[in-house]
Design a protein around this ligand. Structure first.
Ligand SMILES: *Cc1c(COP(=O)(O)O)cnc(C)c1O
Ligand SMILES: [Zn+2]
Length: 405
């Protein structure tokens, strides 16, 4: 039995192919590499019914993942997160079939665990003993913890004002953690120099090919959770855009192997950004194929504060191919939506997830989301990772005081 149908890597920009059994970072042309599988053989040897009885984690799709040997799988039980109907919130914004895929319950508290699980497993399989990466917090936390489980040494560089809990997650894992008085792009430059100097494996977003494969599993799960079908719209909070690229890749692979109907229109993908950091939205509105560095970026949705993404052209391509769109949300609107989700649905979503709900509301109001469409919002992390986004004025009683109502 074949555990993985991995075949090779290719560059989506210049087409160069690479041997997947070797460690690779970027293509010689500077673009990120994508992973290919022998989909024809997979289609003839594996049936989607085979998946049903497997453990509810992302490794149930191991044939479509790059890890060659099960022995190299580094797992904390990630994946197969719930797809929850959110009818009250949906009604509140006029979307009858609104769903939340809740990544808030995943190990490490954000969906970065998916990319880390597959990326670290594959790094271990290819002999990596030490890795380094810049992060806005959640990715560093996830990679630090998965690296610890894999016995790989991790160096993590994050901005000083990244969420404090992610700092603690790195520290407790024993990673070599450094803060930078700047943005993730500054952290990236520091990592770049360290990679050159010490020959570390560079685990920066899209500088290794396997993180996308982990995030791809959101698309695989959505298809399975919809009964091997797809919704009409998927909204994704876009920083580096890895998840959006991954979901698009997953759905195309599922069509290629016939697990979802080839004639089915793929969901319109929506890249949701913050008004304070919206390079992809700007490029989309200007009809460009790549984004430009977004200066002085700022938003409380820290996970999507990425002023220039390496895979921007792949995100924009996915939006074009699926008739999707890109939209920016202000911090105030997303904070209001965070409260709506908690009050109406009991869901304490992260600010990035709240931005996605706010985007759904705006797109419904403008008519871009039509009546009766099935809409999936990705809540990419737990609200409890960002305790400071909520300020509560709470009365304090003395022991002899009584409650008022
Ligand atoms: C990293 C992150 C994002 C953005 O993910 P990308 O795939 O890099 O676009 C969204 N939400 C949260 C909570 C994150 O940590
Ligand atoms: Zn190339």
């Amino acid at each position: 039995m074949t555990y993985s149908y991995l075949s090779h890597l290719h560059c989506p920009k210049c087409g160069t192919e690479y041997d997947a059994s070797q460690l690779h970072q970027l293509c010689v042309c500077g673009a990120p590499l994508l992973v290919d599988y022998d989909l024809e053989r997979l289609a003839s040897e594996v049936k989607r019914e085979d998946i049903a009885a497997r453990r509810p984690d992302l490794w149930r799709y191991h044939e479509l993942l790059p890890v060659q040997s099960e022995a190299n799988v580094v797992s904390l039980g990630e994946g197969m997160t719930p797809l929850l109907p959110v009818p009250a919130l949906g009604e509140n914004m006029g979307i009858e079939h609104l769903y939340m895929k809740d990544e808030g319950i995943i190990p490490t508290g954000s969906f970065k665990a998916r990319g880390a699980a597959v990326g670290v497993s594959r790094a271990k399989e290819l002999g990596v003993t030490e890795l380094a990466m810049p992060t806005n917090g959640n990715a560093g936390a996830a990679w630090a913890l998965y690296a610890a489980r894999a016995g790989i040494r991790a160096t993590i560089v994050m901005p000083v004002d990244a969420p404090k809990i992610t700092r603690n997650e790195c520290a407790v894992s024993g990673a070599n953690l450094v803060l930078v008085d700047g943005l993730i792009s500054d952290a990236g430059k520091i990592v770049g120099r360290a990679v050159q100097e010490f020959g570390l494996f560079d685990a920066s977003t899209l500088k290794e090919p396997y993180r996308i494969e982990g995030k791809k599993t959101m698309g695989l799960e959505l298809a399975e959770q919809f009964g091997w079908d797809v919704p009409d719209v998927i909204l994704y909070p876009t920083g580096g855009g890895v998840g959006l690229i991954g979901i698009h890749k997953a759905l195309k692979e599922l069509q290629a192997i016939g697990w979802i109907p080839a004639e089915r229109r793929l969901p319109r993908l929506v890249a949701v950004q913050a008004e304070g950091c919206a390079p992809i939205v700007k490029a989309w509105e200007e009809g460009r194929e790549e984004s430009e560095f977004f200066p002085n970026s700022e938003t409380i949705a820290f996970g999507i504060n990425v002023p220039k993404a390496l895979g921007d052209f792949l995100v924009l391509q996915a939006l074009r191919e699926t008739d999707g769109c890109a939209i920016a949300i202000g911090d105030e609107a997303l904070l209001r939506e965070q409260e709506n989700a908690a009050r109406l649905e009991g869901a304490f979503v992260c600010p990035e997830g709240a931005a996605v709900f706010a985007a759904a509301r705006a797109l419904r109001a403008s008519g871009w989301i039509a009546d009766g469409e099935r809409v999936v919002a990705l809540n990419t992390g737990a609200g409890i990772k960002y305790p400071d986004t909520v300020s509560a004025e709470v009365p304090v009683l003395q022991p002899e005081d009584s409650l008022k109502r």
